[in-house]
Every structure is written in C-alpha cells, then in structure tokens.
Design a protein around this ligand. Structure first.
Ligand code: GDP
Length: 284
C-alpha cells in the first residue's frame, strides 16, 4: 500500500470528526478598520492595490504543531505544495520580500507552520500561512506521514481558512501526496472554500506545454482556479495577487475594498510580454 493510501485511511476518521465541527464556509469576521480607504486607492489600479497589500506581509508567528496556531478571525490563505515546488519563491515574489519565506532553506527541513500578517497601517486584515513542503525524498517515511496528517488536519479544521493555493511544478505534475490533499480539500471547495492550483516555474514550459498544463490543471482544480506562474519571468503575479486580495476582501464583507474588483475575472493587466493565458477564466 502506498504512503498516500495509508495516510488517507488514517485520516478519514479524523476528518469526519472534524467535519462535523465545521460549519460550511461562513462569512468571516473582518477587522472593520482594515477596509481599504477609497481615497487612497481611487487612482491605483487593482493590481497595484493588491501588490501593495501583499507587500505589507510581516512575520506573525511560527508553530511546530497545529494546536500551537493562534485562533484567528481574519481570513487565512494557505500555501501548500511538495518541497521544491517553488512555494517560498512564490511567497517572496508576491510579497516582494527577499527573505520572508526563506527561499533558500533546505527542502523539507523547515517543518514549522509559518504565519504572516497582511494589512495596511499595521492592521491585520488577512493572514498568509506557509505550510511545510512535503514529499522531500530524504525525509523519513514516518515524518512524511506525520506531516500529511498535520496538513490534512489543518485544511479540514482551520475555521478561518478562506483559500488554499496548491503549488505544483507542472513538469512533474501532481504527486500522490498532492492528490491526497486535493481529495481532502475538495469537499470544502464545494462548500465555498477558495482554491487555486498554481503551476510554478512556467518559464520552463513552451507556450504549447503551458496551455496543455493549464487545461489539465483546470480539470484537477474542480471548482477552483488554475494559473501559470513564473517568478523568473514575472508571469501571473498580478493575477495571483488580485485573486488573493479578492479572497480576503469578499464582496459584501466589511473589508470589501474599492480596488481589485474584478469579480473573480482575470485581470485586465496581463503583461503583454507573457502572452500565455495565466488564468482559468471561470469565477470561483
Ligand atoms: P519550495 O521548497 O517549494 O519552497 O521551493 P523554492 O521556492 O525554494 O524553489 C525551489 C527551486 O525552484 C529553487 O531552486 C528556485 O530557484 C526554483 N524556482 C522557484 N521558482 C521558480 C521559477 O519561477 N522559475 C524557475 N526557473 N525556477 C524557480
């Protein structure tokens, strides 16, 4: 029996218990003061507002285990993916900070859950969560299984979780462990949890390969989004930034802003130098 199957079996009972405790994705409480000031954003493009918001990312806390995570009410967006998928680079690129997610760390070594606050003027209106990369070959099997469990528990029980970004190197495709996480996440996506399957290192693909990978990813993402991303070529940055901004500032919520209001549609600010479609045009 493969690792994934064993993990899945051992998780189902936990998940079922946790699912009972979960309400369907209810509207989250926002910090009223976090509302984006209209005056300040009146002339800024949606991409600029989203980018400025992400740039406010600052370290909040780190937790070696799930139960050490603080309970939060602001929307939380989790980044998950196998080691070496490009997760740290992606977080650093989106937040325009060189060291925030420690891109240079040794794959699989940093096993903590790291939380970063987002929000202008020091007022936190959302949190980014960097979950440990999984599947690193040199990590003992037991550790891999333990981390699958931690992650699955997080994805199922974290009440303020608003969206998940699953990063995948399209040259490798979804691994068995990615598939397990997708299976775990799918019921919550059906209940309204936002989901993005982000294909990293898109610069390594030809245009045709990129289109093909995106088509497959759209199917795999179910009701979620799929996008191509390249830190090297700066492809997809605006679209991902705006999508995350929208997740954290849903229409009708107290933190609803005057900026990235693309109604879930792709940005009109596609970089002409990256003609590949970066986004699945379906709304979330
Ligand atoms: P993590 O383990 O998922 O955090 O992955 P890292 O962010 O540390 O990246 C793993 C490797 O992929 C590093 O060598 C990065 O330089 C490389 N990488 C990350 N993003 C890109 C990208 O957009 N294009 C290319 N060509 N390489 C990338």
């Amino acid at each position: 029996m493969g690792i994934a199957k064993r993990v899945q079996d051992s998780l189902y009972s936990t998940m079922q218990a946790a699912a009972i405790a979960l309400e369907p994705m209810k509207s989250h409480t926002h910090t009223p003061a976090a509302k984006t000031p209209r005056a300040a954003t009146a002339t800024a493009s949606p991409a600029m507002v989203a980018s400025g918001w992400l740039h406010t990312a600052r370290f909040l806390t780190t937790a070696p285990e799930l139960h050490f995570l603080p309970a939060l009410e602001v929307p939380e967006i989790a980044f998950v993916g196998r080691s070496n998928a490009g997760k740290s680079t992606c977080i650093n690129t989106l937040t325009q900070q060189k060291q925030l997610a420690f891109a240079s760390r040794k794959p699989g070594r940093t096993q903590h859950i790291n939380l970063f606050s987002l929000g202008k003027q020091g007022v936190t209106d959302a949190v980014l969560t960097d979950l440990p990369g999984y599947g690193y070959a040199a990590v003992p099997k037991q550790d891999k299984i333990r981390w699958q469990q931690v992650m699955a528990n997080y994805l199922v029980t974290r009440e303020n979780l608003r969206g998940i970004v699953l990063l995948c190197d399209p040259r490798l495709g979804l691994t068995e462990l990615d598939e397990v996480l997708l299976d775990i996440v799918r019921p919550r996506v059906e209940q309204g949890l936002q989901f993005l399957l982000l294909l990293t290192k898109a610069d390594k693909l030809t245009r045709v390969e990129g289109h093909k990978a995106l088509s497959i990813a759209r199917l795999q993402a179910g009701g979620g989004h799929a996008m191509l991303f390249s830190a090297t070529k700066r492809q997809g940055i605006d679209d991902v930034s705006q999508l995350l901004w929208q997740w954290a500032h849903p229409p009708g919520g107290p933190a609803e802003g005057s900026a990235p209001t693309t109604d879930g549609e792709p940005s009109a600010h596609h970089d002409a130098s990256t003609p590949q479609a970066t986004e699945d045009a379906r709304p979330a």
